[in-house]
Design a protein around this ligand. Structure first.
Ligand code: DC
Length: 196
């Protein structure tokens, strides 16, 4: 069975938590596509070469979740040849046998426009900054600035900008608990996949 759940949205909206929970619920594989760009960003050197030669060890680094890695990722993600180097891996993951959940910025629009379910997970910048601040610490105002700057770069780049697909379901998690957001996502997937 081929079944793709595409989950896009801005930084720190809860995509990771929701994606993992949806994948677990339906027994699908999960790919956090942001980790690919983070790994390219922190690897250093020529980002195109880094994207062409990513290894599992690059993806297993424990510094990928930092604010600095997020900024580096957002910058290398604006380079068309970096994105091109990562497309095939993501597309074949999306259409693998057994179902897949991918979260990122361009999954429903560019990587897998044929995805059976598309979700766009969002929340106000303030709520997202507070959530990210709990993870990474530091100064809340700096985290808010980082989140806004990254969203602007990701939404305004020329190649595969972050955008909600026309046929995506919007889940605004600003006023939701994690449990409510996960339940909303699972029910959107169930609606397209009624045998589970
Ligand atoms: O989801 P994340 O915060 O880990 O993503 C880090 C950066 O990677 C994000 O700011 C933009 C880029 N990215 C992208 O351009 N396309 C994706 N599908 C996923 C992430």
């Amino acid at each position: 069975m081929i079944f793709t759940v595409a989950i896009d949205g801005p930084a720190a909206a809860g995509k990771g938590t929701i994606s993992k929970a949806v994948a677990r619920h339906f027994g699908f594989a999960h790919l956090d596509t942001g980790s690919l760009y983070r790994a390219v960003g922190v690897k250093g050197g020529d980002p195109i070469q880094a994207a062409l030669s990513l290894t599992q060890a690059d993806l297993d680094r424990d510094d990928l979740r930092s604010l600095a890695a997020g900024q580096l990722a957002s910058k290398v993600a604006a380079i068309p040849d970096v994105r091109a180097a990562l497309v095939e891996f993501q597309r074949s993951f999306a259409r693998r046998e057994g179902g897949a959940v991918l979260d990122g910025r361009d999954i429903g629009t560019v990587i897998c426009p044929e995805a059976e379910v598309k979700l766009f997970v969002s929340a106000s910048a303030e709520v997202r900054a507070r959530r990210r601040h709990k993870e990474v610490g530091g100064d809340l105002a700096d985290v808010l600035r980082e989140v806004i700057e990254r969203d602007q770069r990701d939404a305004n780049r020329a190649d595969a900008p972050m955008r909600m697909a026309d046929d995506a379901v919007l889940i605004d998690t600003s006023e939701m608990s994690i449990e409510q957001a996960v339940a909303a996502a699972i029910s959107a997937v169930t609606a397209a996949f009624p045998t589970r």
